[in-house]
Design a binder for this molecule. Sequence first.
Ligand code: NAD
Length: 255
Amino acid sequence: MDRLKNKVAVVTGAALGLGQAIAIRMAGEGAALAVLDLLEDDARALAARLTAAGHPARGWRCDVSDETMVARVMAEVVDHFGRLDILVNNAGVAGVNKPTHEITEAEWDWVQAINVKGVFFCTKHAIPHLKAAGGGSIINLSSIYGLVGGPDVPPYHASKGAVRLMSKTDALIYAPDGIRVNSIHPGFIWTPMVEHHLQTTDDPEAARQATAALHPLGHMGEPDDIAWGAVYLASDEAKFVTGSELVIDGGYTAR
Ligand code: NAD
């Protein structure tokens, strides 16, 4: 109930999917929630839902690939809640599912702008506030696709590999400030992203079953499987954990 009591958390891409589950679980553990998303109405609706349940929360429209907007929203979050302790860099896109030789420069750049530069911008503009709070926790959503290859979505693989090492570099840079930085590596979790991804295949139902079978536990994960990992990394229970990779993948990468 109180694992994140008195902490203020920003979750990006929090309107849907994993970000929404992370925001709900963090609020349930006592954190005040800044719900950021491109989808302003959905972000505000989730914040209203949290507030109605007794948790301090507010929604913002924030495009993580827009540095000016990110800087402004981070400042507004601290103006509103008084501090910042937790940043979850969750916003991300799968991008086109084509072989490398068919991908345009614009398609490549779009994925990097959100998945890589978005993490950079949010981290850059959260750090001064985390330092002012005397430390904090940054949690970056990488993927199993940031650990191992797969025959699909090449720009996404590149972006999630980058996020894995950005997390370790920032863990080392900001350890003296008491700011911990870790990455989470989910297997396939049933969210709108995965639903859309499977719909790009010839037979989405067969693809869903085949994807589930890639996980030794025999099924895809649920958003809460990731949300509880994020709660742990954000909490003081993880006070000695930084630069680590939390793999939550039903055994996908254990082979
Ligand atoms: P999703 O597509 O279901 O939700 C992503 C959210 O991010 C949406 O609310 C969307 O509006 C928002 N968003 C997109 N672009 C944005 C931008 N520029 N600025 C702000 N918000 C933006 O995705 P998800 O499955 O919940 O994935 C969340 C994160 O977890 C992503 O980084 C994804 O790469 C990662 N991940 C997901 C899975 C999975 O199986 N679902 C596996 C591994 C990693």
